[in-house]
Every structure is written in C-alpha cells, then in structure tokens.
Ligand binder design. Structure first.
Ligand code: ADP
Ligand code: MG
Length: 499
C-alpha cells in the first residue's frame, strides 16, 4: 500500500478554511499481520461489525417503524399525552391556493439568526411578483436579556426593513401590514395568531417570556416602535414549509424538516382528530404538527446512542431525532471512533483530546468524508486530522468512512420509514386519497439538502416499503426556503382582509 505522505490533501469535497486546507495530515504506518490486514484494523473490525449489526435496518425493521409511527400518530390524535407524538394542532386550516394577492411579511425566529422577508403576491397569473429578505444575527446580550429587550430588538429590525419598502412592494389602501411569524421554539398554540412559549431552547435564556403569548409580546413591541403591523399567523418551520410548497403544488400533503433537529407535519381531516373538541374548520382539514422527533418505538439503537442519550440534556427524550437528525449523526460517529481508538491502535497510540470532546465532529464532516472518492482518501485524512487531531492511514480512513456510512444509512432509512408511517396513516383513513394518486412530501433542512447519501438512503427506504407501484406516485421533493415564503403565504390566507 502506498501513502501520499507529501502531497497536499484534496480540496474539492470538504469545507475547510484556506489555511487549514494547506496543512498535510500526518500518516501513521502500521504493523501488518501475515494476512495483510493491519494489526490495528483487525482489532477495530469487530467494533465495526457489531455497529453494522446493531444499526441494521432490513425491511422488517423499517416496516415495524412505519407501522409504529402510524399507531403512535393515532394515539396522539386521540388524546393529549396519548403517545410519544404530541400531534399538535397548528390551527392552520387553509393552505395557500395561488390566488393570494398583496404585500405580506414574514418573520422567522428559530436560532441565533432571524430573518425578515416581504413578498408581493399577484394571484394565479403573476404569482410571486417580488421577494426581499434580510437576515439579522441576534447579539448574545439579547439572547440572555429580558423579553422586552428581545422583542424590541426584533420589532426595531422589522421597522427598519419596512422603511426600505418600495419598488414593486405596494400595500393596498386602508390596510395594515400583515406578517407570518415562524417561531421554532416549543409553543402551546391557542389559535392561529396566539401561542404561549413553554420554554426557550437552542441557547436562548430570555427572562420573562415563558408562559406569555409571544404574539402579544411582538405586537406590543411593534406598537412601541410605531409600526402598524399585525401577526396573522404563528407557525413553526415545518408548517411554513408545507404552506410554501403547497403554493406551487396542490399535491403536497406532508412536510419534513431534516436539519439540526427534525420534525414533520401533514394535512389531516378534522374528523380524524378525536381530541379536537369543538374546533371548526371550513375546509374540513387542518395541519397537524407531529413533533415526530420524540418517536421512540422499535428504533435500532446501539450502546453509542444510549451513552450519548444518557449524557444529553434531555435523556430518554427525542430518540428519533437523536438517531436521524444533523445535530447527532457526527456525534454518534465520534463516539464509535473513540471506542475504536481505545481498543485498537488504529489512529496512533494517543487519543487526541479533541476526539474525546463531545460534538467536535459535525454531521457536515461526516458528509464530506463520504464524498471522498480519491484512492487514498486524502480528504478523509485531512478532516480527521484538522477536526479531531487524529492521525490516519488508508485502512483507518476506510474504517472511518464505513462508520460514517453506517450511521448515515440508519438515519436516512429510518427517516424514510417515518415518512411512510405518516403516508400509511393518511391512507388508512381515506383509502386511495394518498396512494391512489400523486402525493408530494416537501423536504427541507441542511441535512437533507447537503448529504447526498443520506437522501438516497431515505428515498430507497421509502421505495422498499411502498413497492414500485405506489412509490412511483410518491414524490419526495426538496422545497428550498419554502418556510420563509410559506409564513408570508399563511399571513395572506389568514388575512383579516378579503382576498
Ligand atoms: P436548522 O435546522 O438549524 O434550522 P438548517 O436546516 O440549515 O438549520 O440545518 C443545519 C443543519 O444541517 C446543521 O446543523 C447540520 O447538522 C446539517 N448540515 C449542514 N450541512 C450539512 C452537510 N454538508 N452535510 C450533512 N449535514 C449538514
Ligand atoms: Mg431551520
């Protein structure tokens, strides 16, 4: 075997900074047994084999997950707390049709950035006449400040954005501006335009908001800014994605986010929601937010998953999310590599401190390593060295790629089984409505968008489960940035004015 000791690592496939790309990974030489398999590889091999067995997702496992997803959905619809799946009512009863007209805004708060967007809609003929957006990062002191400070900050950014309105953006006479509000934190929704914040997550620790209606908080802040705008629709990112995709395609019935976290929502018949006492919907339909990240039934989990879960801030919770979403795939791989490093000398005799640090290896790193098609896996070597400080040789790099593939494959295939579970539930209630015709699942999120193998595994699993005939009717489609415009569209469909 030859090692490319002095050539620079390939730069095509991995997103490292310029300076880091110029570094050359160190390559370890390993002792070889008489069989030609390096001694250290032989010691790591049983760990890989066990991992592959524990993560296996043959058809019966996928089928079990899909069936259990459908059953849990039903239990969650029957009564609050009836299953792992919360099956939250979004209060979105009507989806965009394409007939929407006028100027609408959207505000998206779900992480350390928030986005403001405006769109001018021109009905079926002109559709989206123009769209503009701005992204604003939220300063640390605001993330740890008071509720009033946070909402004043947001309202002031929104007011500045509104000041720049012009060109093709025209507010109809005698109307207030209306906005959709995509808010991706746990909210107990009470109507389409109100919801109580249960708790902050994702690093936010703003005092005074939990327990309050966030729409009221925003409305008050907009009032203080002298901004005449009302929040017409409060939604989460999954619901906004469904609305954004539905605007272009009437067959969209499900939306799935696979990014840092994961979630799914779908179009449900009001009649199929026993826990919905007295809620009226003119369309007879409503969007249900499954919160499927909490699903846990029959998942093929490994000791590495269990350890990661036990050390997480929410042990025993969000197990589906911990198995399939972007926040965790890299971390699971890192834990496997630590075990391999401990039990073999595959990566040299010392285990770098960085490899021992949780979450050093990100899912984008996993994806980049899986894209390396070079003979000596130089990009893999570079990423391992740059990110974790690990030395590697061709054998150990191959082993790492196998580990990455095993975890990505399990994640993608389980996500696919989850999607089939949702479709199955819909089909059981209304025969032929889903499987008898074209049905679109709108997908969004960084993991789905940027990890080609994951996406392929997901689609393969859907095909395997549904069979060739039905799966030819199921379109799994990336809806890029549908959520921004989706929230503006929902502001339009829920406008207080006629449209
Ligand atoms: P969020 O989910 O935080 O709203 P995104 O939808 O943009 O944001 O998803 C970002 C997540 O997507 C990252 O946290 C990461 O886990 C995953 N991701 C980003 N790029 C890649 C990539 N190249 N390969 C695999 N996963 C990626
Ligand atoms: Mg997002």
């Amino acid at each position: 075997m030859s090692f490319a000791v002095n050539s620079p690592p390939a730069v095509r496939h991995f997103p490292l900074s310029r300076s880091s790309v110029c570094r050359t990974p160190r390559v370890t030489m390993v002792a070889r047994s008489t069989t030609g398999v390096s001694v250290s590889t032989a010691a790591a091999l049983p760990i890989l084999t066990k991992l592959q067995n524990d993560c296996a997702t043959p058809l019966p496992v996928l089928r079990h997950v899909a069936d259990a997803m459908a059953t849990d959905m039903r239990a969650g619809l029957a009564v609050d707390g009836g299953s792992d799946l919360k099956m939250i009512l979004s209060y979105v009863d009507s989806l965009p049709t394409g007939n929407e007209r006028g100027l609408f805004y959207a505000l998206d708060l779900g992480g350390t950035n928030f986005r403001v967007l405006r769109t001018q809609l021109g009905g079926k003929e002109e559709r989206v006449i123009d769209t503009e957006f701005e992204q604003v990062s939220i300063p640390q002191d605001i993330m740890f400040g008071t509720s009033e400070e946070l909402f004043d900050f947001i309202a002031s950014a929104l007011a500045n954005f509104v000041k720049k309105e012009g060109g093709k953006f025209v507010l109809q006479k005698d109307r207030s501006r209306e906005t959709g509000f995509t808010f991706s934190f746990p909210v107990k929704q009470t109507s389409i335009d109100s919801g109580i914040l249960m708790k902050w997550t994702k690093g936010f620790a703003v005092s005074g908001t939990p327990g309050k209606d966030i729409v009221a908080c925003l409305n008050e802040a907009m009032g203080r800014q002298g901004l005449n705008m009302r929040v017409s629709a409060l939604v989460n990112d999954t619901v906004a994605t469904l609305a954004g995709a539905r605007y272009w395609d009437d067959d969209v019935m499900v939306a799935v986010i696979l990014g840092t976290g994961t979630n799914a929502c779908y179009v449900e018949s009001v009649d199929a929601i026993p826990k919905l006492h007295g809620h009226k919907s003119i369309s007879g339909k409503t969007i249900v937010n499954t919160e499927w990240g909490a699903f846990s039934n029959g998942l093929p989990l490994t000791e590495f998953d269990r350890e990661m879960d036990a050390e997480s801030i929410n042990p025993g919770e969000q197990l589906f999310e911990k198995t399939i979403s972007g926040m965790y795939l890299g971390e699971i791989v890192r834990r496997v590599l630590v075990r391999m490093a401990e039990e073999s000398s595959l990566f040299g005799k010392d285990i770098p401190k960085r490899l021992r640090t949780p979450f050093t290896l990100g899912t984008p790193n996993i994806s980049s390593m899986q894209q390396d098609t070079s003979d000596d896996l130089e990009a893999v070597g570079s990423i391992l060295y740059e990110v974790t400080g690990m030395d590697s040789n061709l054998d150990s790099r191959k082993m790492v790629v196998e580990v990455c593939d095993t975890i990505a494959k399990r994640g993608g295939r389980l996500a696919g089984a989850g999607i089939v579970g949702i479709l199955q539930k819909m089909e059981e209630d209304s025969k032929g409505i889903v499987f008898g015709k074209r049905t679109v699942v709108a997908m969004d999120g960084g993991l789905y968008e940027h990890h080609p193998q994951y996406k392929r595994y997901l689609k393969d699993a859907v095909k395997e489960l549904l069979g060739p005939e039905i799966s030819s009717n199921v379109v799994i489609e990336h809806s890029k940035d549908g959520s921004g415009i989706g929230a503006a569209l929902l502001a339009a469909t829920n406008s207080i004015y006629e449209h």
